[in-house]
Design a protein around this ligand. Structure first.
Ligand SMILES: [Ca+2]
Length: 494
């Protein structure tokens, strides 16, 4: 059954099963890149960052303290969030580099596709990073529109000559392609202007869908606060926490604008806002994982435990702190329930948290979480215990009581052999389904692959960060591909 037919079947079968509280809510999902568990004041009073609007989401909604993403790096974490599946299940084990033959398989069902089948208008703004070939872009994964970068903004020097059997790609493209839907419309030399641009695009989208009386799903994937830090000029040096604090403040102000708009349009109680990060803080930034051990690239909790804030006035109780086990994979089935869609036919790993969010249940239906590092299963946790598995290079088996020791400092493996045995058996079950290293699992699905790579940007206007010198793009007239030298001319984004 094709993805479309399958979804149509689900929609028809459950057409009358709308969210009991009323009409399907608008959904705004804000994903901040590499934001650590300790980077927000509502999680860590000593974060040093000024985030009053983000903290407001916590005060007016629910703040999760045991929320995980499936990977401590970008691409697998994002693929997992979009599909409700462990990245190992869907074959996106590693970070995707520019001009990659692989991407999130178009046959996978994303949150956007689930919601679009329920009549939602859908838009993706910002960093994508689950495939830059046209077959893998947001517009092929359920989003009506896309504006943003297909991968991380630190990858601008990586587009060098790539010879394949089929094609030779552009030489030394030291700029980043900025896409509108399926076409690169400009090359950007940095992302300083993009945070504001995303905000403006977000405000326009929300207003437009409100006027059209359509429920909407807006996915805003910030470039912030991934290295290198590039806040706009207006925010430079204005925080107490260096460039990270500056950039996070800019993100926070953008959220403030969106909150104001939602309130002024009178759709506050019809709008669910989800705010989270894709992985823990990177070493080279001033990001904080708070009281957790480790950060990005690791399977210590600092790599995968991130903030999740949920605000939906009137439906999600205000001022709540939830310590239940939850993951980014759970957002797809949860949002699907609110929208009146059913995900029962999808083979995914997410569980429905709607009862927890609405205060109807205290306990999360999620019993465990598996920490995959690349394609290897590295650790497993249940509501209380975390077992680090013995690694291929002799990494020791370790057991931590996360209830009393969230910083993973005291190994209790020798004192708790029964817990070790129980979690080890659970890990073996999962390996049979999802695999581990070279060992294949029975439920794994392949990533998407293109047979012929296409260059992703040829001659485009270059849009730098010098407003005074900005000139309109010369439509139809090709400009030289950006080189190592600074661009002679700068243009506005079409
Ligand atoms: Ca990231």
């Amino acid at each position: 059954m094709t993805k479309l037919v399958r979804l149509l079947f689900v929609a028809l079968a459950l057409g009358g099963n709308a969210w009991a509280a009323g009409a399907p809510p608008n959904v705004i999902l804000i994903l901040v890149d590499d934001l650590g568990y300790g980077d927000l004041t509502c999680y860590n009073a000593r974060s040093g960052n000024d985030t009053p609007n983000i903290d407001r989401l916590a005060a007016e909604g629910m703040r999760f303290t045991n929320f995980y993403v499936s990977s401590s790096v970008c691409s697998p974490s994002r693929a997992s969030l979009l599909t409700g599946s462990y990245h190992r299940r869907i074959g996106i084990d590693h970070v995707l580099w520019p001009v990659s033959v692989a991407g999130l398989n178009p046959a996978e069902t994303t949150i956007a596709e689930v919601l679009r089948q329920r009549g939602y208008a859908t838009a993706y703004l910002g960093k994508w990073h689950v495939g830059d070939q046209v077959e893998f872009l947001p517009t092929r994964q359920g989003f009506d529109s896309y504006f943003g970068l297909p991968y991380s903004h630190d990858m601008q020097s990586l587009l060098r000559v790539r010879k394949t059997e089929e094609t030779v790609l552009p030489v030394k493209l030291r700029a980043l392609p900025l896409y509108r839907d399926e076409k690169p419309v400009a090359l950007v030399t940095n992302v300083r202007k993009l945070t504001e641009r995303y905000r403006n695009e977000a405000l326009a989208f929300i207003t437009k869908q409100h006027e059209a009386k359509r429920p909407f799903f807006l996915f805003l994937g910030h470039n912030a606060v991934h290295f290198p830090m590039q806040p706009s000029k207006e925010y430079k040096n204005e925080s107490k926490n260096g460039p990270l604090g500056d950039w996070l403040h800019e993100v926070d102000d953008g959220l403030g604008s969106m909150l104001s708009l939602v309130q002024s349009l009178g759709i506050d109680k019809e709008t669910l806002i989800l705010f989270l990060s894709d992985n823990g803080p990177a070493n080279r930034t001033r990001g904080s994982s708070g009281n957790l051990r480790g950060g990005k690239h690791s399977t210590w909790d600092g790599g995968l435990k991130v903030p999740l804030l949920v605000r939906w006035p009137g439906t999600v109780p205000a001022g709540n702190v939830c310590g239940e086990l939850a993951t980014a994979m759970d957002l797809l089935p949860t949002v699907a329930t609110f929208a009146g869609a059913d995900t029962a036919s999808l083979k995914i790993d997410g569980v429905d948290l709607s009862a927890v969010l609405t205060g109807k249940a205290v306990q999360s239906p999620r019993e465990d979480f598996f920490y995959y590092h690349g394609n290897r299963l590295s650790a497993i946790r249940d509501q209380r215990w975390k077992l680090h598995l013995k690694g291929p290079e002799g990494e020791p088996r370790m057991l931590f009581d996360l209830q009393t020791d969230p910083g993973e400092s005291q190994d209790l493996a020798e004192q708790q052999p029964d817990i070790v045995a129980k979690l080890s058996a659970r890990a073996e079950e999962t390996v049979r389904l999802l695999g581990n290293g070279a060992q294949r699992g029975s439920q794994e699905r392949p990533p998407g692959r293109v047979s012929r790579l296409q260059p992703i940007a040829r001659a485009l206007p270059v849009w730098g960060d010098n407003d005074e010198e900005a000139v309109p793009p010369e439509t139809g007239k090709a400009m030289p591909i950006a080189s190592d030298a600074p661009p002679a001319k700068q243009a506005q984004i079409p």
